[in-house]
Every structure is written in structure tokens, then in C-alpha cells.
Design a protein around this ligand. Structure first.
Ligand code: NAD
Ligand code: INS
Length: 341
């Protein structure tokens, strides 16, 4: 390994371009060695000002480019399985954006491929685990002061959804974060899901079932509810309140700069995830680079990515059928039992 970890970034869209900037300017110990995007112009624009990065239209070409020692996958979810398996075949450590693989059969193939290697190579991009407020909530729940957690009340609002966003994606793209956060905060698997929906907002694109109300049951008897509203129009808001036996704790209240002017006072509300979770993404990528340089893999596992896909798939089935749907996970491979969550 050189002085700086050479990273190939696959996908130079919203997230990919932000991660390229982060690797180039924010994170210590890494450099962008190659970028792949079928849209070459987008890839070139994303690396403008970045020294020494080769540009490719094929992911495989970027993985084989000189100086590549690790991979950051930021292509759309359906492209992740092939990219992960290609990285595994080359023994390259990977940071893969969520969802790891949107369909659970593909996600299981990734888990099985890594289990066959007998060592972890993948960290999954559930960045909320690196957010300061989420980490404080996790520490509070773990120390037991409030007793057992009984319920999580979650809110996940986006200003607007991208043009190709579907009703299923409210569950398998947006709520995938709450699925992972709930599993992590509670240390329990999610076992069943029900999705209710009020009348769609007039502010949502025609035909999009937005908002939705998602209710999860957990193996330990807790309940997790999520209001997901991806065309709320007013701000990017992610909240979570844990209700425990001896107290409650809430994170995600908008406590940005308070502006007083013209006879009123108001807090700023972030407009997107790149602002709200900027620090979390920085810490996530720095932790990945640091661990990779030490020959280690930490953070959310491929099993966590698989579990999120299975729960999300049950959620989409529940949305479509209007009925409570149970979650059926495969057996946990030894690799993840040992590395734990
Ligand atoms: N962690 C988060 O909060 C967060 C936020 C946004 C997006 N994401 C995830 O990041 C990923 C990318 O999302 P986005 O919003 O940047 O999408 P995007 O559409 O803005 O960008 C995706 C890019 O990937 C390119 N691409 C398509 N197929 C490819 C392939 N096979 N190999 C390489 N590049 C390919 C596209 O041309 C496009 O430039 C998705 O998995 C998404 O769910 C995560
Ligand atoms: O892909 C994005 C991303 O994961 C964001 O964090 C989430 O808020 C959005 O709803 C989702 O569409």
C-alpha cells in the first residue's frame, strides 16, 4: 500500500461526487485513484481538480486501474451486487452505499460470497451509525439507565423525491436507514412489518404513495414506527425518539443556527441529507479508510445489508397487500456471528 489508500469510486452521481470530494479534501490517508460512470462527462466533472484519478465508463476497468487498493460503490442499488462480487474476486475492501443489494436473493448471494472468502471485505454505508446524535442515543440505550427500550418513534422527511422514485422506494430506499438504525439501536432483529398510508399529499408526484406509516415488530417485543414523507416540501428531517421503561430520549430536533430577524426567530432546517449527515459521512469514510489501512474491516456488515433488504422486501409486500407481513431471515453465517454487529 502506498502512503495514501488508492480508492476506485463507482458511480459519480449525487453521492459518488460527494464521496470523491470527501476522499480528496476531507479524509486523511486516501486518494481517488479511479472513477467509473457510464456517463463519462459526469465522471470527468466529479474528478475535476482531483489529481491522478483515471476515468472509466466500465466499473471493472476502474477496479483494474493502476493504484486501486479499495472500492467505494456509489452506483444505483441494482448495480451493487455485480460490483461487490467483482471487488471480492479481486480481494479488494469495499465501502458500499445502501441499499447493499435491493433484492434479498441478491443480498444473500453477496453474504454467501463473503462467507466463502472467510473474511470480511465489505462495510455497508449506513452512515447514521456514525452520526453524533445516533451514537449518543445508542450509548444511552446500551448503558441501561433508562431500562429496556419499548418503542422507537421515527420521522424521515425529504423535501422532494428524485423523478424516478417509486412507492416501494419509500420503504426500500428511505426507510432502509430506519431498519438498520432500529436493528443497531435495539440489538434485535425486526420480525414483522405493517404499512399504512394516509391519503397521498397533493405535493407528491401523481401516483406516488407518499407519505406512509411503517410499523415494525422486533424479536424482543419492541415496536418501531416510522413516518416517511419524501415530498414534504419544507426540509430534511430525521428524528428518533426511544421510549424506555424509565425515560425517553429524542434526537433529530432541528437545533441549527437560530436566526432572529424582522420580528421573529427561527431555526434553520437542512434541505438534504448531504447537509444533515455531512459529519456522519465524513466519519464513516474516515473510519473505513483507517480500518482498511490497518488491514481491518469494521462498521455495518454485509449481513446487516442483507437483513435490511429482507425487512424492506417484507415492507414492500406489506405495502402492496395491506397486511402484516413477517420477516424470514436465512441462518446467520459463522463469519458474522464471530465479527458480531
Ligand atoms: N447514505 C445515504 O444517505 C445516501 C444518500 C443518497 C444516495 N445513497 C445511495 O447512493 C447510491 C447512489 O445514489 P445517487 O443518489 O448518487 O444516485 P445518482 O443517480 O445521482 O448517481 C448514480 C450514478 O451512478 C452511475 N451508474 C449507473 N450504473 C453504474 C454502474 N454500473 N457503475 C458505475 N456507475 C453507474 C449513473 O450514471 C449515475 O451517475 C444509491 O445506492 C443510493 O441509495 C445513499
Ligand atoms: O437515497 C436517499 C438517501 O438514503 C437519504 O438518506 C434518504 O433520506 C432518502 O430518502 C433516500 O432516497
Amino acid at each position: 500500500m502506498g502512503d495514501l489508500l488508492g480508492v476506485a469510486v463507482l458511480g459519480a452521481g449525487h453521492m459518488g461526487a460527494d464521496h470523491i470530494r470527501r476522499l480528496d479534501r476531507m479524509v486523511n490517508g486516501a486518494r481517488v485513484a479511479a472513477v467509473a460512470d457510464p456517463d463519462a462527462a459526469r465522471a470527468k466533472e466529479a474528478v475535476a481538480g482531483t489529481e491522478g484519478a483515471s476515468v472509466h465508463t466500465e466499473a471493472e476497468a476502474a477496479l483494474d486501474a493502476p493504484g486501486v487498493e479499495a472500492v467505494l460503490i456509489a452506483s444505483p442499488g441494482p448495480a451493487h451486487e455485480e460490483a461487490l462480487l467483482s471487488a471480492f474476486a479481486r480481494g479488494l475492501p469495499v465501502l458500499c452505499e445502501k441499499p447493499m443489494v435491493p433484492d434479498s436473493a441478491g443480498a444473500l448471494r453477496v453474504v454467501e460470497a463473503e462467507a466463502r472468502l472467510g473474511r470480511r471485505l465489505a462495510q455497508i454505508g449506513f452512515m447514521r451509525r456514525y452520526d453524533t446524535e445516533y451514537r449518543r442515543l445508542k450509548a444511552l440505550l446500551d448503558d441501561g439507565r433508562l431500562g429496556r427500550a419499548l418503542m422507537l418513534h421515527c420521522v424521515h422527511r425529504n423535501v422532494s423525491s428524485p423523478p424516478d422514485f417509486t412507492s416501494a422506494m419509500l420503504v426500500n430506499s428511505s426507510v432502509s436507514h430506519e431498519i438498520d438504525a432500529a436493528r443497531w439501536l435495539l440489538g434485535q432483529e425486526l420480525t414483522a412489518v405493517t404499512v399504512l398510508r394516509p391519503r397521498p399529499s397533493a405535493g407528491a408526484p401523481q401516483g406516488l404513495l407518499d407519505p406512509q406509516f411503517v410499523l415494525f415488530e422486533t424479536a424482543g417485543g419492541a415496536l418501531v414506527d416510522v413516518e416517511v414523507f419524501v415530498n414534504c416540501g419544507f426540509g430534511y428531517q430525521v428524528r428518533c425518539e426511544a421510549v424506555c421503561e424509565r425515560g425517553a430520549a429524542r434526537i433529530g430536533d432541528d437545533r441549527g443556527m437560530l436566526v432572529t430577524a424582522g420580528g421573529s426567530a427561527g431555526a434553520e432546517v437542512p434541505q438534504d441529507y448531504l447537509v444533515r449527515f455531512a459529519d456522519a459521512y465524513d466519519r464513516e469514510v474516515q473510519a473505513w479508510v483507517d480500518a482498511t489501512r490497518r488491514g481491518r474491516v469494521t462498521g455495518p456488515t454485509a449481513w446487516d445489508g442483507y437483513a435490511a433488504s429482507v425487512v424492506a422486501e417484507a415492507g414492500v409486500a406489506a405495502l402492496e397487500s395491506g397486511t402484516r407481513t413477517t420477516v424470514d431471515l436465512a441462518a446467520l453465517p459463522e463469519l458474522y456471528a464471530v465479527t458480531g454487529r
